[in-house]
Design a protein around this ligand. Sequence first.
Ligand SMILES: [Fe+2]
Ligand SMILES: [Fe+2]
Length: 449
Amino acid sequence: MDTQRDRRKRWLFHVVYWAFILVGYGFMAYVVRQHDTASLPWLAMVAFFVFLLLADSRLGESQVSGGRVMSSKSIVLSSIALFGAAPALVMEAISALVRGFVFRHTTPRKALFNSAMLGTAAGAAGLTYEALPWSDAFAGPAFFAPLAVAMLVHSLVNHVMLVTIISLDAQVPIERVYQRGFSWSRLRSLLDLPFAGLVVLLYMQAGAWTLLLVLFPMLALYQSDRLYQRNKEAHINSIAALTTALEADEPYTHGHSYRVAKYAVEIGKSLGMTEPELETLEYGGLLHDIGKIAITNEIICKPGRLTDAEFEVMKTHPTIGADIVEQIRFLSEATDLVRHHHERPDGRGYPNGLANGEISLGCHILNVCDAFDAMTSDRPYRKALTVEQAMEELVRFKGTQFHTEVVDCMLQLYHRGEFDSLRDMRLQPTPLVMPPTASSEETVHTGAS
Ligand SMILES: [Fe+2]
Ligand SMILES: [Fe+2]
């Protein structure tokens, strides 16, 4: 019964997914046909397009803020003001395809969807801009008013399409996806408006070569961002090395934290977590058991059930771990995840016995992934369960020991063949932290493959 309903929901997801692509490309074709493209300054537009690609490439990514050194949206907005809706949407749609195929190596379907979504957003923003007064009043700041409205329309179309698809893909209500996806850091995108205005004014004054002037501060930001990122990685790797050393002692848990982090990020992505949240979740997964360094090997490596007294000692590891992580500036956001990864929805977890509503989604995810990896690993006193058996256990205890939505999400990913069990990685050396793959917060990266 459940699988039949799941299949129907999957079918709905695919219908909406392809409808968005078809309607998006249809709308773009309509806008292009409505516009006269004969008298456009092609050379200047090529310069803008190259700049758009640069903003979409690694050069534009910022690990510091989890966003971008320079947003491609500001280039699209300035293209709308200078060249019109049609050229802006074509540039945006092609740039999204290049980003998907060349920069991010996503599946063709995701690249097509992102291209249709961003092209539609640019087209709708462009038509809005052209319909408003002052859209050619470049002598003063008046054109900022229609540009601001165009920016809002771009964000609105982008978010509505994205949130709908994530909601259908993860089978989570739209308002929940939106609540989770919202963060105040998104207000950073308001900076796109003055930046777009600056590019427009420079171009109007002196032509397309002025883009080079904008390129230099962008390069400087990129350099300082890379330095910061290296510094951060060095810090995190030294902490993760402790976890690896801890697990190396015990063949049964070798690579456990790495696998928990990987599983958690897969589920977090599917549940629509933002890029900064996924990064924190990855660090939380890598470090969740770091507190075990303070617990004796007799307890950690004990081949059998722990006594009550030993279990009380074991229960201190989340608090000890959280105290360690809290002191490291780059990792302090993962403190909550480390402290509460053994809390349960029914309030019978530790260390604080928090109830369902008091536990963050990230902690619920780590709790499920931690249990899944433990069940699918050999232990001195029992053989590893198969993936199917472990999933059955998760279902049996969902709602009490494990968060229902997280377990359902893991099951869906597994049934769709998108959940990579890392059981065969058990005997390989554990790689340390890899830099998270930042992706634009405005494109789809769910399981729509
Ligand atoms: Fe733990
Ligand atoms: Fe663990």
